[in-house]
Design a protein around this ligand. Structure first.
Ligand SMILES: O=P(O)(O)OC[C@H]1O[C@H](O)[C@H](O)[C@@H](O)[C@@H]1O
Length: 517
């Protein structure tokens, strides 16, 4: 790879401190020429989307996350007000919490936040906290699952005393997600047990009129912030979902929004040769043949960006992993995303990346500044930052030498502006790629199937519970009684046995195991 090739392929936005190097993806001129009509359509689609078209046809919804960082773009005053009014309100609310005008009923000030949410309603705030939360005034903890042991661990770290000064933020766009509802019920039980009024410590972020909205109203929550249906969960970090917790933490949300707006502005330009988001989408397309044949390995060389890999996993896989295209053809699209951070991963799976199955392309994220303040030499003439940079450059080169392509994104440091910029870049790349492969990136029909099956399991579980007696029965016996699948019944019985509700006795094989009260 020559320096000239590198120079010709780098896209730089000097005012943003950003650059994208796709030289090691070997995009050739004929591929780019071939893609031109699709690229032109993707720019048109994005323009329509940003102008308020129903870009999510299956759900009949507009897709407005790009307006969140530039409300002037919203197609009408009503939509604009749905952005600006909550933004003003949430900043005022955070100020009231910080100055003690909104305070816990038992006195003192709120000292920490407990966020209850899942998926898009937790991952964004988790990323923000991990990446730029160092300067936060208030720490934040999370319930992001229905795992009771995880809930207990978080409650233990808050402590019984701590609950009185903990502000609980329940976030659910739909307001009906079971994990989040369970987390809220568990949190309320902890407040009840401590003799505290849960509602006086709680705030909701949810769709107007949702189950959660009603619960918040009935239980006298301190306040509620709306979440609009034209923002998808995985792109909600710049809506009330991400901004309420970030503001409450005391983080500077304006530069965060400005970073995304700045990236939007650069990548709204329809010259594909200087559009970083389109370049990313084209790299993904070229790597995987437009069919996701190669996985995306995300390697930020900076500890504070470790959750970015996980964040991109949801953004990319929930958006692009679709069975049908927009014309109803079965396409089973998607790009698998995984990663953690460099150089740590070099001591784990990079062995396979270099020598094993060549089914991926890497995305390096380079943060140019090593640390704030003084540094030391870890050996004569070298710093830790020198090593980090050396490992990034070395791995990138070593992968390419064995025929593995990579993209390298560079930012000067991790701060609110740069985090906003990176999120904006990938959101736009996802929108472009979705258009290139003709899918709806804004719905998630597959998630519903799992939710439905879980609800069915809970129905069977309750049926099983009602049929256990002092007399030992097999899973087959109970399945016959309640007309259910014996294997499902068996798993219900094992679950009940593991949690002390029934006794079990092992047979030679699972279908001979017996269960009784
Ligand atoms: O915010 P909520 O409505 O509670 O949804 C939380 C999450 O769960 C859903 O099942 C979706 O797959 C995610 O996109 C969403 O972010």
């Amino acid at each position: 790879m020559s320096f000239d090739t590198y120079s010709a392929s780098v896209i730089r936005y000097p005012e943003l401190g950003f650059s994208l190097d796709s030289s090691l993806m070997d995009l050739d001129a004929s591929f780019l020429a071939e893609m031109e009509p699709k690229v032109a359509k993707a720019f048109d689609d994005m323009k329509a989307l940003e102008s308020g078209a129903i870009a999510n046809p299956d759900e009949g919804r507009m897709v407005g996350h790009y307006w969140l960082r530039q409300p002037s773009l919203a197609p009408n005053d009503e939509l604009r007000a749905q952005i600006t009014e909550p933004l003003t309100a949430l900043k005022e609310f955070a100020e009231q919490v910080h100055t003690g005008r909104v305070a816990p009923p038992g006195g003192g000030q709120f000292r920490r936040i407990l966020l209850i949410g899942i998926g898009g309603s937790a991952l964004g705030p988790q990323l923000v906290n991990d990446a730029i939360g160092d300067q936060a005034r208030l720490p934040i903890l999370f319930f992001d699952n229905t795992d009771p042991a995880g809930i207990d661990r978080t409650l233990a770290s808050i402590g019984k005393e701590g609950l009185a000064t903990t502000l609980v933020l329940v976030i659910s766009k739909s307001g009906g997600t079971p994990e989040t509802r369970n987390g809220m019920v568990e949190a309320k039980a902890a407040y009840d047990a401590a003799g505290l009024d849960f509602g006086k410590h709680a705030v909701a972020v949810t769709g107007t009129g949702s189950k959660l909205d009603k619960f918040a109203d009935e239980h006298g929550f301190i306040t509620r912030f709306p979440m609009e249906d034209w923002v998808g969960g995985r792109t909600s970090v710049m809506s009330t979902v991400g901004l309420v917790p970030a503001s409450l933490q005391g983080l500077d949300i304006d530069p965060f929004l400005e970073g995304a707006a700045a990236m939007d502005a650069e990548t709204r330009k329809t010259d594909a040769s200087t559009n970083a988001a389109m370049r990313l989408a084209l790299c993904w397309y070229a790597a995987g043949n437009g069919k996701g044949e190669k996985d995306m390995v995300v390697l930020p060389y900076k500890d504070s960006l470790v959750l970015f890999s996980k964040y991109l996993q949801q953004l990319v896989m929930e958006s692009l992993g679709k069975e049908l295209d927009l014309d109803g053809n079965k396409v089973n699209q998607g790009i698998a995303v995984y990663g953690n951070k460099g150089s740590t991963d070099q001591h784990a799976y990079v062995q396979q990346l270099r020598d094993g199955v060549p089914n991926f392309f890497a995305t390096f994220i380079e943060v140019r500044k090593g640390r704030d303040g003084d540094t030391i030499e870890v050996e004569p003439g070298s710093t830790s930052a020198d090593y980090l940079q050396g490992f990034l450059r070395g791995t990138r080169k070593a992968l390419y030498q064995s025929g593995r392509g990579s993209i390298t994104l560079s930012i000067p440091e991790v701060n609110p502006f740069q985090l906003g910029l990176l999120i904006g870049l990938f959101e736009r790349a996802v929108s472009f790629y979705a258009s290139l492969v003709n899918i709806n990136a804004y719905h998630q029909p597959g998630v519903e199937a799992g939710k439905k099956a879980a609800a069915d399991f809970l129905d069977v579980l309750n049926g099983v519970r009602s049929r256990i007696t002092a007399d030992a029965k097999t899973a087959g016996d109970i399945a016959y009684e309640i007309d259910a699948d014996p294997e499902d019944v068996y798993h219900c019985l094992n679950h009940l046995a593991a949690n002390g509700e029934v006794q079990s006795s092992l047979g030679k094989e699972p279908n001979e195991d017996t269960f009784s009260l």
